[in-house]
Design a protein. Structure first.
Length: 132
């Protein structure tokens, strides 16, 4: 979500409509999916899921330069998938539970649909029950 949009959403004088909220969720989801479309960003994302760490350690683990890792982290942060916290002189990057949660909720809708389709396929229909 952009800074202006966040400011509007947080402002009590600007009530967001349902359609505004839906556009924000859709934009956030699009940014998250686009961020994870890049294989290097996915690798960084997956490494941070295992172990939060500073950019220097990430740069040692992936086949791109430290500035490139920083750029990938910025894209992941802007998409709401990664956050950072200052610890002494370093910033420790970690997954953002809210961003990951919203992405998971979207992906779970496909799982739920698949389970419903499977259930419908294996359960007998009323006609089949009558003939049994």
């Amino acid at each position: 979500m952009g800074n202006l949009t966040r400011a509007r959403a947080a402002s009590p004088s600007h009530a967001m409509s349902v359609s505004d909220s839906l556009r924000l969720v859709t934009a956030d989801l699009a940014a998250q999916l686009a961020a994870l479309a890049d294989p290097t960003r996915r690798e960084i994302f997956e490494r941070l899921a295992e172990d939060p760490c500073p950019v220097g350690r990430l740069a040692e683990q992936v086949p791109v330069s430290r500035p490139a890792v920083s750029q990938h982290l910025k894209v992941l942060k802007d998409a709401g998938l990664v956050s950072d916290e200052r610890h002494g002189t370093q910033r420790i990057y970690h997954l953002n539970p809210d961003g990951v949660g919203s992405l998971r909720a979207y992906l779970d809708t496909f799982w739920v649909r698949s389970l419903h389709s499977y259930k419908a396929a294996i359960e007998p229909t009323p006609e089949e029950d009558e003939h049994a």
